[in-house]
Design a protein around this ligand. Structure first.
Ligand SMILES: [Zn+2]
Length: 410
């Protein structure tokens, strides 16, 4: 990260020349303390490249806002003046993520740095086409999380509601959740009606965008990525130069709704022949003969069983996967020609089947004039399993808060 240095000056106050520079430099100090723990002003200056005058002024702002506190003074090995160490005061704040998938509602409360404080989950029973009972469960989990947070003496300073569906519009709503049989649903309004303590800053976000950002953060040197995943439905995200492509209507990356099959089955989104109709979990589980297990044990258990059967070569599951992986490979070919990514990351249960998807993808690659296949993007498994979106929500919140640390003032 480039440092915006204030010019050296004897008057520390004049180093805070503009709000943006100040916010950026406050953020540098906060991040340094998260990475290095309690530190003296001179250690912060040496470690960040900020001038000592700037660090004195910046830490004064953060101390006044109670974002920092003075830790116990340490005598520097018995010599000289004891060092005054500063540290972040984050014991009074928490980050909250509330996730809705096809099986359950999961709440995760963490510290500012993402250390878990509490995790709760409640099954909603998948009442298809009926958002109200599901939002009841979301509000119940949220209420219990807020009660527990208050009992810990913390207040929520960032909250994300994660849904396994595309989100769009103003205010943002779920556009269509094929796993739950939803059309457009205003989840946030429903939550606020039921739980008036829902923070005003709470935001609604699609799981795949958050999961993609979390997975990207674990990859070295990758800036252009296609993320495609399936657990609850099919989701995706396109990341160019490190940023998620949202599109004019926030629909970019809704890759489960790539309309692939001419005159195919109608999809909940209004199109025909979408990827989710031929490679979505319901369709693959049905073809593999696991519909009964889906009904009785839920989606997560059924997909775990499906993955095991495919990897073991069980004939019906393997046949179902041959069809699905053909369409997934086809989608990746189309996307690659549109985006030309460095890497394709597969998430959800597809992470365990990345090799076979890579093979389907490679079967129809474009060739150069000499007949040599172009070097296509590598198809790799995601690393965060089922928690990718939750971790993306928490890490995104952490970055937002550290980017403007006065938000965590008491
Ligand atoms: Zn569709």
């Amino acid at each position: 990260m480039a440092l915006l240095r204030s010019s050296a000056t004897s008057d520390a106050a004049t180093t805070l020349v503009s709000g943006d520079v100040r916010r950026h430099n406050l953020s540098i100090v906060a991040r340094y303390l998260v990475d290095n723990g309690a530190s003296s002003r001179s250690q912060i200056a040496d470690g960040t490249g900020l001038t000592r005058g700037s660090v004195t002024a910046l830490t004064a702002v953060l101390l006044k806002a109670a974002v920092l506190h003075e830790a116990e003074p340490q005598d520097a090995r018995g010599k000289g003046r004891p060092l005054t160490l500063l540290n972040l005061s984050a014991d009074h704040v928490a980050i909250l993520a509330l996730q809705l998938d096809a099986d359950q509602v999961t709440g995760l409360l963490t510290t500012l740095t993402g250390e878990p404080l509490l995790r709760l989950a409640e099954h909603h029973g998948r009442p298809m086409g009926r958002p109200e009972p599901i939002i009841d469960v979301m509000a119940s989990v949220l209420g219990r999380m807020l009660d527990a947070c208050g009992a810990m003496g913390r207040r929520v300073v960032d909250m994300t509601v994660v849904v396994f569906a595309p989100v769009g519009g103003e205010p943002p709503v779920v556009i269509a959740d094929t796993d739950l049989g939803w059309g457009a649903v205003d989840v946030m309004a429903g939550l606020r009606r039921r739980e008036p303590r829902t923070p005003s800053f709470a935001q609604l976000a699609p799981d795949s965008t958050l999961a993609a950002q979390a997975e990207l953060g674990l990859l070295d040197d990758s800036r252009d990525m296609i993320y495609l995943k399936s657990n609850s439905g099919i989701g995706g995200a396109i990341i160019i130069d490190g940023a998620v492509v949202e599109g004019s209507h926030k629909l970019a990356g809704a890759l489960g709704h790539l309309p692939l099959v001419p005159h195919g089955e109608p999809c909940g989104c209004g199109q025909r022949g979408c990827l989710v109709t031929v490679a979505g979990p319901d369709s693959v589980l049905r073809a593999a003969g696991l519909e009964g297990m889906l009904e009785s044990e839920g989606l997560t258990a059924a997909l775990t069983e499906l993955t095991g059967r495919i990897l073991a070569g069980e004939s019906r599951a393997a046949a179902a996967w041959t069809v699905a992986s053909y369409w997934i490979g086809k989608s990746l070919q189309i996307l690659t020609m549109a985006v030309d990514p460095q890497v394709i990351v597969l998430g959800g249960y597809w992470a365990h089947l990345a090799d076979s998807v890579g093979e389907r993808f490679a079967e129809n690659r474009p060739v150069s004039g000499t007949g040599v296949p172009w070097v296509g993007a590598a198809v790799v498994p995601g690393r965060l399993e089922g928690d990718a979106a939750l971790m993306g929500a928490i890490w995104g919140a952490r970055d937002r808060l550290l980017g403007d640390p006065l938000q965590i003032s008491i």
